[in-house]
Design a binder for this molecule. Structure first.
Ligand code: F6P
Length: 343
């Protein structure tokens, strides 16, 4: 059996652990894995590498993806890219393809399976934790830990200068990273896309904290958080091939307003791609390994059009169509728990 593997969309810590697991289990069954380079682009342009156990055994703790990634959408140029992709799949002699990605990459996987019956199995990945079918995705735990480490460092300088520090996290339209990291660092306020920004309330909380003797404050804001009167803040007006804007900059706007309304010196740090870099946490390595092994199992069983997911602490099978049906926004139970500290 020849199994193709690709990683698409924004990279995230844990991708290599999935690759390692699939290569090992495929080899255990006497099969071969072919790595497709740079996501769907590699299948359109025929860019591949053979993956051997000896080459992938020690990548479990390496961040990023040894296959490279891109936000290529073959449905953007359907007349040229879809036939090229299918020809290359055939010429490579692949029996199956494992697509490791977020909603965009898995959305393409779903369409290729639906439109052309391509034998595809999906593995969910994203630091944003915004995929509906999986309770948690690998990459998320690492990203949260990176934010926590960053805030632990920012705290000392913020306190020394009696400032307010606004820390902007990634997460797109879901506030998972900001909320979890905010709880873990005892943030004085957390802003997420799911709850419109209530500036008067935040300013009141920050002023009360200062009056009660706390000399500094930390505000964690998710890049997709919005003021009720204006939309999301974007870096520029360009869209990627899946139609997404690049979010970023809300932290600066929030910091500016806080300073004006409180009179307290305020700074902003945008953590950006730091949150996706470096080695995966132990939790993410384990989750990614389990998902990779389970995806291989589905390939061996020829259960195509499916994907693997975490449900509770079990790895389960679900369908690509369910996987890409909707975005998973932050479960507001977590936000309510966080908000108990900034009433
Ligand atoms: O989806 C993962 C993510 O890191 C988002 O949190 C962020 O908005 C986006 O990707 C950034 O994308 P890029 O790496 O293309 O700048």
């Amino acid at each position: 059996m020849r199994v193709g593997l690709l990683t698409g969309g924004g990279d995230c810590p844990g991708l290599n652990a999935v690759i390692r697991a699939i290569v090992q289990r495929t080899a255990n069954e006497g099969g071969t894995c072919i790595g497709i380079l740079e996501g769907w682009r590699g299948l359109v342009r025929d860019m591949t590498v053979t993956l051997e156990v000896s080459r992938t055994d020690d990548i479990v703790g390496k961040g990023g993806t040894i296959l490279g990634s891109s936000r290529t959408n073959p449905y953007k140029n359907p007349d040229t890219d879809l036939p090229a992709l299918q020809d290359n799949f055939k010429n490579l002699g692949l029996d199956a393809l494992v697509a490791i990605g977020g909603d965009d990459t898995l959305g393409v996987a779903y369409r290729l399976h639906k439109d052309f019956h391509m034998p595809i199995v999906g593995v969910p990945k994203t630091i944003d934790n915004d995929l509906m079918v999986t309770d948690f995705s690998f990459g998320f735990d690492t990203a949260v830990n990176i934010v926590v480490e960053a805030v632990d460092r920012l705290r000392t300088t913020t306190e020394s200068h009696r400032r307010i520090m606004v820390v902007e996290t990634m997460g797109r339209n879901s506030g998972w990273i900001a909320c979890f990291a905010g709880i873990a660092v005892a943030a004085d306020y957390i802003l997420v896309p799911e709850v419109p920004i209530d500036m008067p309330h935040m300013v009141d909380v920050l002023k009360r904290r200062r009056a009660s003797g706390k000399h500094y404050a930390i505000v964690v804001v998710s890049e997709g958080a919005e003021f009720p009167e204006r939309g999301m803040i974007t870096i520029d007006d360009k869209l990627d091939t899946f139609g997404h804007p690049r979010l970023g900059g809300i932290g600066n706007v929030v910091a500016d307003r806080i300073e004006r309304l409180t009179g307290l010196e305020t700074r902003c740090v945008i953590l950006g791609h730091l949150q996706r870099g470096g080695p995966p946490s132990a939790c993410d390595r384990v989750l990614a390994t389990r998902l990779g092994l389970a995806a291989s199992h589905l390939v061996i069983q020829k259960r195509f059009g499916t994907m693997v997911a975490l449900s509770g602490n079990r790895i389960v099978e679900t369908t690509l169509s369910e996987g890409v049906a909707a975005t998973k926004t932050l479960d507001l139970t977590y936000y309510d728990e966080a908000a108990a500290f900034f009433k």
